[in-house]
Each structure stands twice: as structure tokens, then as C-alpha cells.
Design a protein around this ligand. Structure first.
Ligand code: BF8
Length: 676
């Protein structure tokens, strides 16, 4: 008799994320719950279902050759005595962690710098007058950067100094800029924009980049099996490549974007998913390069296309940004920020996203799967960033026919409006925000038109109203509650009179929380910072743009050094950096160029170096001796902010300005007013 088959075991339902534990944002919580009801998985559910690799997290898994992967987990009780761990080839934990770490720098520097290269090439096309879509919008910025690239802006004729033709300057500047990626000799020209003592430190340690591409390529060579096997020498190359990013590729991206699209000055917008409108065609622009989004912004305002949208039953066209594209179009046009990195799937789950247009970086492949559950058209636009799913439309964007491409994309979105289901649910949460704080506009607000320097900012730091400056930047990470650490770190800093400069997804998180408004100063700041914000009319958190715009923070710090009274170098300033919810290789590159530019930099979550304690230690103590900045790590947001404040106080003490601050702290009337 045939054996009776056992009934198949009922498949276990996959574990789902708890919406409230996943995000501090109510709109995001609503969308997570909605997705779960509809049976659509999101990054939050996937994080609940898949644990991160415990060995990879420590940075000591080597898969650089086929004898491995070799894994050298740190023993539970740590290492006693000599660390004898080694891979098949003999690579130590330090070698493996350092190789992995600088490969992350290479990935991050490549991403920022390739973005910069694309902008430089578009600028070259504009300078050659090969495109009608892109023109030089900010001549002053061009004149400001041209000398750093070795381009004269004046000419002497018959003993008289005259302005050179702007088209000639543009062309020479564009050619010099493009050359920075691959020139055969010399050094990165923007390195000299750093304060002289910092430049000298780099020179002395031999880390001035030769050109941008070479430093990234050399990382790939050095970390190939059997090449560089000294963690100190490996991180030295990581330093060189990260400088090539911060003071090179990213800085060129920022500067040339300002030349082409305008240097940001403060303007107002709104942030969070609630900026989407049920009765409008909603286009979400997601990614990084403003080369694409600028054209979409132009097309979405074109009367003919607005009329076309109306002919399809919509009241108009609503644009919204996700990730750094959001920051780019917010800071130059006041286009609302629809959300941070972890909200990209959520924007589609509203059911009201008629098209999501993406270019490069930080784009989940799963947005294609989510889009398939709704009417949303997902459009990829960049030749280096396509998706395998058949539902994805690819419209290759090219500066030579950029306006036509943008119009085609906007028309696809409009045509798709009538395909919406009845299942639209836009979370009704949004906050007002003010952005557009470039180095120049901070100078205007905090330096004054007459002084034209950062003098007033320095003055307020010296007199203690402002305790110090913090750069809080970076991503979201689904391994921690969305936006919680961002907001707690920033609130703790401003409560303690530390002014915050923000970029990237931290900037969007702060916008969603209402921290980018001058009014928030009275609610959240210590008395000194609140007074400055009220007097000058600025928010306590200054939105400085996207992740490539971290170069603005380097230049702002340089301006503070130049204004005087706070030391001679960036490492002398009461300044600290932070990335509370980092996740990308770009964050590691940014973190490292902050550190080697002299900034004490704290990351949240973990660092992929913990499995190699000697190397991990080297990144703090030894690196600090070389450059004045160091890496630090703290997952708890309040402790994280307190570590930054302690560093700021240490620097105030070294500058001899700690006494002035004590006087401000003694002002009880201010304290009571704040508490009231
Ligand atoms: O470059 S902060 S999640 S969007 S990597 Fe990405 Fe991180 Fe956001 Fe911009 Ni930056």
C-alpha cells in the first residue's frame, strides 16, 4: 500500500516590519501599513526578514580572490595577545579591513566624481555652444572659480587691465575642469583652496591627489590580491582618493552646477509625502544629477504642458524630489522634497505617483516592483543606471537633446494621470522649510553685505552665543528607525547652541521635522543660538544642498578660518561632523575627507572596521595626529551629539574662548524664556 503523503506544512508568513518602530514619520508609517495590507513588500519588511551578515559588518570578510571568501570574525571576548588571524594568503584582519574600507572610499569617490564629470562635460558642451538647454546662469561664480583652475579672468592690453571675454573664460574653465579627472601630471588644483596649513599637512604626508580618476584606480590596484598589505599605506591611498572626492570631484560638481544652474540663495518650500497632490499630475524626480532634474523642472512649468495636463483632467503638474535630487531642485527652485532615501517606495505606494524619473545613485531596484503594483511609470534616464525589470521605461537623457527628452518624460507622466486607480492615499503630513544656504548666502546672512566675510559668524562663536558648528549629513538606513537619529542628534546640538549645517538626507529629514525654519529656533535652540537666529532671520539648521555639496561645508569651514580669531586651520575650529544613519560608500568617502580635512567626525550605527581593532584605532588616534580630525562611532543619538559637543568645547578651550561661553550659560532670563 502506498504510503500516505503528509500534508505540506503551511508556509510561514514572512515577518513584517512594525510601522511605528520603523519610522518616526507618521506618513511613512501609514504607507508601510498600506503596503503590508496590499501585500507589497518594502525595504522595512525586507530589513525585518533579513539579518545583516555579522562578519561583513565587522569589515573582515575578504573576497578579493577565489581562494576565499576568507572570514576572520573577531572572537567574542576580543583578542588577547597577538592577533594571529589570517586569510589563506596570510592577509591580516587589519589588511582586510583597510582594503575593504578604502574600496568603499573608491566606490563613494567614484560616484561623486563621476557625477561631477558628467556636469563638467555638460558645462563643456554649454561653453562650446553645442546645446541650447544649458547656459551659464551664474557668471560671478564662473569668475570666482576660474582662477583656481588656472584661468585668467582679466587681460592686460596697452598697460590697461581689462575683463576677458566671458565665453573664452567659460571654455578654458570647462577644459581645465574636465582635465582634472585625468591629467598626466601635476596635482589636484582645488587642493590649494584648503587653508594653507592643511595643504601643507597633505603635502608633507604625500596625499595630494594627482588627478581624480587615478586615485580611484590606484585603490582598485592596491587592494587587488597580493599588492598593498600594510593598513597604514592602504589608508594613505584612501586619504588621497577621498581628498580627490571632497576637494575635487564633489567640489567641481557643486561649483559647475552653480555656474550652470545658479548659486543657491534662500527660498521656501515644503517637505514630506504630503506635498503630492491628488488632483495634479505627480512627477517624482529621484537620484542625484541636476543635469536631468533642471530640465524636468523647466518642462513642468511650461504653460503648454500645464494646459496638456489640464486637458487630461488634472489641475496642474506637481513635482517632488527624493534623495539628493530633492535637495538640488529644492535649493535652486523651491521644488518640494517628497522624502528621504527610505521614502522612495512610499511615494509610489500613495497611488498618486504618475511617473518616477530616476538617474543615478541611491535608487532601490525594488521601486520597479512597487511601481508594477500601481499605474506608476518608472523611467530610467542614465546610460549607466538601467534596471532589468521589463516594466521599466528607459529614456536616455543627453545634453544635446535634453529639453526634448524632458518634454517626452513629462508627457508620459501626464498621459498616465488618467490610468490612476481609485486607490490614492497621500499621507497628509508636510512641513515648511527654507533652504539654499550656499557658502555665498551664508556669508551674506551671517557676514553681512558690508563686511563680506564670515566675521559676524566668528564673532558670535567667539562671544559664545554660538557654541560651535556641526555638519550633520548623510543617509537613512533601514537597520535603524527612519529619521530618528537624524532628528535627535540635530535637536540636541541646537539645544546646546551648536549651529547645524546639513546636506543629503539629513537635510530632508530636518525639513520634514520643521527644523529648517527661523521659527524653530525659539522652540528648539539654546538662548545664544536662538538670539542669533532671531536677529539674523535664519533657521538654526542651514540646508546646504546635496551630498556633493558637502564640498560647501569644506569651503564654509575654510571661510571661517579665513575670517580669523578661531585658529589657523579647520582642525582648530569648534566644529564637528556627523552621519547618524549612514549607509552608502559615498558616506565613507565623505566621512574620510572630513576627517583628513581636520574634522572630528562621528558616525552612527557601526563602522565596518570593528573586526580589526588595530586598524579601527588607527583611524582615530593616529589619523588625528596627522590631520587633526578623527573618526568616532556612537549609535546612541544623544551620546553621539554630546561627543560632538565635548569636542567643540575642547576646541573652544584650546582657543581660549571657553570663558566667554560660560557667561552666556549664566544668563537665566534667556533660559527661563526658552523653557516658557
Ligand atoms: O548622496 S544622503 S541616502 S541620497 S548617499 Fe543617498 Fe545617503 Fe541620501 Fe544623496 Ni547621500
Amino acid at each position: 500500500m502506498a504510503e500516505k503523503k503528509k500534508p505540506a506544512a503551511k508556509a510561514k508568513a514572512p515577518k513584517l516590519a512594525d510601522p511605528v518602530a520603523s519610522s518616526i514619520d507618521k506618513g511613512t508609517q501609514e504607507m508601510i501599513a498600506r503596503a503590508q495590507k496590499l501585500g507589497i513588500d518594502t525595504v522595512f519588511d525586507r530589513a525585518a526578514q533579513m539579518k545583516p551578515c555579522n562578519i561583513g559588518i565587522q569589515g573582515i570578510c575578504c573576497k578579493n580572490c577565489a581562494m576565499g571568501p576568507c572570514r576572520l570574525p573577531l572572537p567574542k571576548g576580543g583578542i588577547e595577545g597577538k592577533d594571529t588571524r589570517k586569510g589563506l594568503c596570510g592577509a591580516t584582519a587589519n589588511t582586510i579591513a583597510a582594503r575593504n574600507f578604502i574600496r568603499m572610499i573608491a566606490g563613494g569617490a567614484a560616484a561623486h566624481s563621476d557625477h561631477g564629470r558628467c556636469v563638467a562635460e555638460v558645462f563643456l558642451s554649454a561653453a562650446r555652444k553645442e546645446t541650447d538647454a544649458y547656459k551659464i546662469k551664474d557668471v560671478n561664480k564662473l569668475l570666482q572659480i576660474a582662477p583656481f583652475l588656472g584661468v585668467e579672468t582679466t587681460v592686460e592690453e596697452d598697460g590697461e587691465v581689462k575683463d576677458r571675454d566671458i565665453d573664452e573664460i567659460a571654455l578654458e574653465t570647462a577644459e581645465a575642469a574636465v582635465n582634472e579627472w585625468g591629467k598626466a601630471e601635476g596635482e589636484l588644483l582645488f587642493a590649494k583652496r584648503a587653508p594653507a596649513p592643511l595643504y601643507e599637512k597633505w603635502k608633507k604626508t604625500g596625499v595630494i591627489p594627482r588627478n581624480i580618476d587615478r586615485e580611484i584606480v590606484e585603490i582598485m590596484h592596491r587592494t587587488h590580491m597580493g599588492v598593498d598589505q600594510d593598513y597604514k599605506n592602504l589608508i594613505k591611498q584612501g586619504t588621497r582618493a577621498s581628498i580627490a572626492d571632497g576637494w575635487g570631484g564633489s567640489m567641481l560638481a557643486t561649483d559647475l552646477q552653480d555656474v550652470l544652474f545658479g548659486t543657491p540663495y534662500p527660498l521656501q518650500a515644503e517637505a514630506n509625502l504630503g506635498v503630492m497632490k491628488e488632483d495634479h499630475v505627480n512627477i517624482i524626480v529621484h537620484g542625484h544629477e541636476p543635469v536631468l532634474s533642471e530640465m524636468i523642472v523647466a518642462m513642468a512649468q511650461k504653460p503648454e504642458l500645464i494646459e496638456y495636463a489640464k486637458s487630461k483632467g488634472a489641475k496642474g503638474i506637481q513635482l517632488g524630489g527624493i534623495c539628493c535630487t530633492a535637495n538640488e531642485i529644492f535649493q535652486r527652485h523651491g521644488v518640494p522634497q517628497a522624502g528621504t532615501y527610505l521614502q522612495q517606495e512610499m511615494a509610489i505606494i500613495t497611488g498618486a505617483c504618475d511617473a518616477m524619473v530616476v538617474d543615478i545613485q541611491c535608487i532601490f531596484q525594488n521601486v520597479a516592483n512597487v511601481a508594477e503594483c500601481f499605474h506608476t511609470k518608472l523611467i530610467t534616464t542614465h546610460p549607466i543606471a538601467k534596471m532589468e525589470q521589463d516594466s521599466v521605461i528607459h529614456i536616455e537623457f543627453d545634453e544635446h537633446h535634453a529639453l526634448e527628452d524632458a518634454e517626452k518624460i513629462v508627457r508620459i507622466a501626464i498621459d498616465n494621470f488618467e490610468n490612476r486607480g481609485a486607490d490614492v492615499m497621500i499621507p497628509q503630513y508636510k512641513a515648511s522649510s527654507i533652504g539654499g544656504f550656499s557658502v555665498e548666502s551664508v556669508q551674506y546672512h551671517l557676514g553681512g553685505t558690508f563686511r563680506g566675510t564670515y566675521y559676524t559668524l566668528n564673532d558670535n562663536i567667539i562671544n559664545g552665543r554660538i557654541r560651535g558648528i556641526a555638519g550633520v549629513v548623510g543617509c537613512n538606513n533601514a537597520r535603524t528607525r527612519h529619521n530618528e537619529a537624524h532628528i535627535q542628534v540635530v535637536k540636541e546640538l541646537i539645544k546646546n547652541d551648536v549651529i547645524v549645517l546639513t546636506t543629503g538626507c539629513n537635510g530632508i529629514a530636518c525639513a520634514m521635522e520643521g527644523l529648517l525654519t527661523p521659527e524653530s529656533a525659539a522652540v528648539h535652540c539654546g538662548p545664544g543660538l536662538a538670539e542669533v537666529c532671531e536677529t539674523v532671520g535664519i533657521p538654526p539648521v542651514l540646508h546646504c544642498g546635496s551630498c556633493v555639496d558637502n564640498s560647501r561645508l569644506l569651503l564654509a569651514a575654510t571661510e571661517v578660518v579665513k575670517a580669523g580669531g578661531l585658529g589657523n586651520d579647520i582642525c582648530d575650529l569648534p566644529l564637528a561632523g556627523s552621519a547618524p544613519e549612514w549607509m552608502s560608500e559615498k558616506a565613507i568617502s565623505i566621512g574620510h575627507y572630513f576627517v583628513v580635512s581636520g574634522v572630528y567626525t562621528v558616525f552612527g550605527l557601526h563602522l565596518p572596521t570593528s573586526g580589526a581593532p588595530v586598524f579601527h584605532d588607527y583611524l582615530s588616534k593616529a589619523v588625528e595626529k596627522l590631520y587633526g580630525g578623527m573618526w568616532d562611532l556612537e549609535a546612541d543619538p544623544i551620546k553621539h551629539a554630546q561627543m560632538m559637543i565635548a569636542h567643540i568645547d575642547k576646541k573652544r578651550q584650546a582657543l581660549g574662548i571657553d570663558k566667554a561661553r560660560e557667561r552666556v550659560l549664566m544668563d537665566m532670563a534667556d533660559r527661563q524664556a526658552l523653557e516658557g
